[in-house]
Design a protein around this ligand. Structure first.
Ligand code: GDP
Ligand code: IMO
Ligand code: MG
Length: 421
């Protein structure tokens, strides 16, 4: 029996998961998304092309590998159709290699309006969601009101009408604006489009693949600090982004979990509201944003930037059982003479803590260790032997602090700009 390897983000998302899943796909027979939905934006660059995937797993470009949208995912048929058709136009044959769980939940147009309405009601304390209806769809799932992909196979019109009425009753009761003209039509076309794909019992399919010795990679979306249980609640997404989410989101037992790849940027970013202890509000923060092109792949929003936070990273490694680390966007720090890494938090009452605390909303002062910058163009580096001494020292420092090896270093957005150690 093979095991499922998991690759997931350790920060607040956008660590570069899409790029690395694409790089690792040749080692696997199957790539599966297990949670999240089109709030994700996973960017892949190869052969001079750039693609942003939102619901489709990032294993679709490396040969004829099987890709699965698991039961833990929430799927918007209209967005899915647009994404899939765009890929098909470039010659990718999706219907033969993309399988969708019947148990995945459907994001309805009214979920999006509810997402917007709940954000508006929160006023200044809004989460800054991606507006894709993620929270309301998972809410319906947990409150046992959701519509699933499998529902399109039987008496769908009635089920849809009932679910829609429940939503419009809420929207009407709170006097929320909504207009389904055109949107609903597109969505229903998306439902029809879904029928051309193999809608499967993915838990059986994946377990049978493991039993027959196939290698499976689970692709996380968002990041550990956005996990609904362990992230900076309530400024989180509505799913379990952590390793355990791969068990429930694919139907694979905990003892079938293999390597856990934890991916992080050489610095840190966050998009949307919520606490971010190492956030930089100065010129350095702006410089990181410009050099790293830190603008959302889905919403185009500016990403907030700061130094790497080892307190949060250690916590993420612990929760996920990460045994292999992947460092991304190292090249973004090429120009800096000094690089800082946060190794502890000085809390408002003066106490210095190294264990990630319950509440990070207060006035936390990061305690920094300063390291020498490498001031070398890393984008041209192709092997570890070419690492400048200061770069190797940064890696060594992180590995020691995090007590986990860094097995892959990324030095640019292209598939080729990846160094496996
Ligand atoms: P994901 O959501 O985790 O897949 O990450 P995103 O695609 O949202 O954001 C990562 C961004 O960084 C994308 O624009 C990538 O093309 C880019 N990227 C990935 N790795 C590197 C790297 O090593 N260096 C640089 N400069 N950019 C990278
Ligand atoms: P990938 O997979 C970064 C953030 C939103 C918001 C919060 C809740 O590309 O790393 P939601 O729409 O999920 O209810 O929004 O989570 N968020 C992400 N931030 N990368 C993502 O995905 C994100 N998906 C959601 O900005 O703060
Ligand atoms: Mg992203």
């Amino acid at each position: 029996m093979e095991k499922v390897d998991v690759l997931l983000g350790l920060q607040w998302g956008d660590e570069g998961k899409g790029k690395v899943v694409d790089v690792l796909t040749p080692h696997y027979e199957m790539v599966c998304r297990f949670q999240g939905g089109p709030n994700a934006g996973h960017t892949l660059e190869f052969d001079g092309k750039k693609v942003v995937l939102r619901s489709i797993p990032s294993g679709v470009f490396q040969g004829n590998k099987v890709n699965v949208i698991g039961n833990g995912v929430v799927l918007d048929p209209a967005l899915f159709r647009a994404e899939a058709e765009a890929l098909e136009e470039t010659g990718v044959d999706l219907t033969s290699r993309l399988f969708i769980s019947k148990k995945a939940h459907l994001i309805m147009p009214t979920h999006r309006f509810l997402d917007a309405a709940y954000e508006k009601m929160k006023g200044d304390s809004k989460i800054g969601t991606t507006g894709k209806g993620i929270g309301p769809t998972y809410t319906d799932k947990i409150s046992r009101n959701g519509l699933r992909v499998g529902d399109i196979l039987c008496d769908f019109d009635t089920k849809y009408a009932q679910a829609k009425k429940r939503h419009t009753d809420i929207l009407d009761a709170y006097h929320c604006d909504y207009n389904l003209d055109g949107i609903e039509e597109e969505w229903l076309k998306g439902i029809e489009y879904l029928r051309r794909f193999q809608l499967i019992d993915s838990e059986h399919y994946i377990n049978a693949a493991l039993k027959s010795g196939k290698k499976v990679l689970a692709e996380g979306a968002q990041g550990t600090m956005l996990d609904v249980d362990f992230g900076s609640y309530p400024f989180v997404t509505s799913s379990n982004t952590v390793c355990a989410g791969a068990c429930t989101g694919l139907g694979v037992a905990p003892r079938s979990m293999g390597d856990v790849y934890g991916i992080f940027k050489a610095y840190c970013t966050r998009v949307g509201s919520g606490p971010f202890p190492t956030e930089l509000f100065d010129e350095t923060g702006k410089l990181i944003r410009d050099l790293g092109h830190e603008y959302g792949a889905v919403t185009g929003r500016e990403r907030r930037c700061g130094w790497i936070d080892l307190v949060a990273l250690k916590y993420a490694i612990m929760i996920n059982g990460v045994n292999k680390l992947i460092m991304m966007k190292s090249d973004v720090l090429d120009q800096f003479t000094t690089i800082k890494a946060c190794t502890a938090y000085k809390m408002e009452d003066g106490e210095v803590v190294k264990d990630f605390p319950y509440d990070i909303t207060g006035n936390i002062e990061p305690v920094y260790t300063e390291l020498k910058g490498w001031q070398t163009d890393m984008t041209q580096v192709t092997s570890e032997e070419q690492f400048p001494a200061a770069f190797s020292a940064y890696i060594e420092f992180l590995e020691k602090e995090l007590e986990t090896p860094i097995v892959i270093v990324s030095v640019g957005p292209d598939r080729k700009q990846t160094i496996v150690r």
